[in-house]
Ligand binder design. Structure first.
Ligand code: F6R
Length: 242
């Protein structure tokens, strides 16, 4: 596990974008695993400006997002579809056919999860997976639980996650209670993983991820076993690491 501690959010965002830039430069048809949430927004801003300057070409890149709320229409401004187009896809030269996000409006959850896993497999697997981390150490929407889930599946969100995500909704009752997420197994299969975290409220989750026991109650702890993972943190998120 490599750990890079940055001065602030701007530096985290720049470093994370540079890693994607290197990946896509080396392999123009890379498969990127992408995350939503507030942390990667700065990274996406950097990628948009690199694309505008002609420094990164997304024309052959394929993307798979980690997760989507269940039963929230794509057009809803809190859906992860909406987020990804607003923060990245609408501003870069990506081929829309190469964008994949779980369909949270499916009538058949099992079929949708199977389809998503199959598409990742057909694409040759994820080359680099971008992750954020929840205050409870969730990755994707894999909440603390009693076993590590392998593939894409439907999850019930924890109260603490619903509360954390309510900052984006008018009121907490509007926050979806379920989501479709890649499993810890799918995440772990990525060739490379880059986890970004900033702020003091992530410090304990980061400490447990790096030094804690590998247990499904701390979903991100499994990352200790991955052979090519980098954490890009600001000083606050790294504050318990010595
Ligand atoms: C988002 C996702 C989540 C977030 C996590 C942190 O696609 O999978 O695991 O990465 O909840 O969110 P922020 O960055 O908003 O603190």
């Amino acid at each position: 596990m490599r750990i890079i501690v940055c001065e602030n959010y701007e530096e985290v965002s720049k470093k994370a974008a540079q890693m994607i830039l290197s990946q896509v430069t080396l392999k123009p048809n890379s498969v990127l695993g992408l995350a939503t949430g507030s942390t990667p927004i700065g990274m996406y801003e950097n990628l948009v400006s690199l694309n505008k300057k002609g420094d990164i070409d997304f024309s052959e890149v394929r993307t798979f997002n980690l997760d989507e709320y269940y039963n929230l229409p794509k057009e809803n401004d809190q859906s992860y579809h909406y987020f990804m187009y607003k923060n990245l896809f609408d501003h870069i030269n990506i081929n829309p056919e190469n964008i994949h996000i779980p369909n949270g409006m499916t009538d058949d959850v099992d079929a949708e999860c199977e389809r998503y896993d199959e598409l990742i497999k057909e694409a040759g697997g994820v080359d680099i997976q971008v992750l954020g981390i929840g205050n409870n150490a969730h990755i994707g929407f894999n909440e603390p639980t009693i076993n590590f889930e392998k593939g894409t599946h439907l999850v019930q969100l924890e109260d603490s996650t619903i509360e954390a995500n309510s900052r984006f909704f008018d009121n907490i009752e509007d926050v979806p209670k379920k989501a479709i997420t890649m499993g810890v197994g799918s995440i772990f299969k990525s060739k490379k993983i880059m986890l970004v975290a900033t702020g003091e409220n992530k410090a304990e989750a980061i400490y447990n991820t790096v030094y804690g026991k590998v247990v499904p109650e701390v979903p991100a702890s499994i990352l200790q076993f991955h052979s090519d993972i980098v954490l890009i943190l600001d000083k606050e998120a790294a504050k318990f690491l010595k």
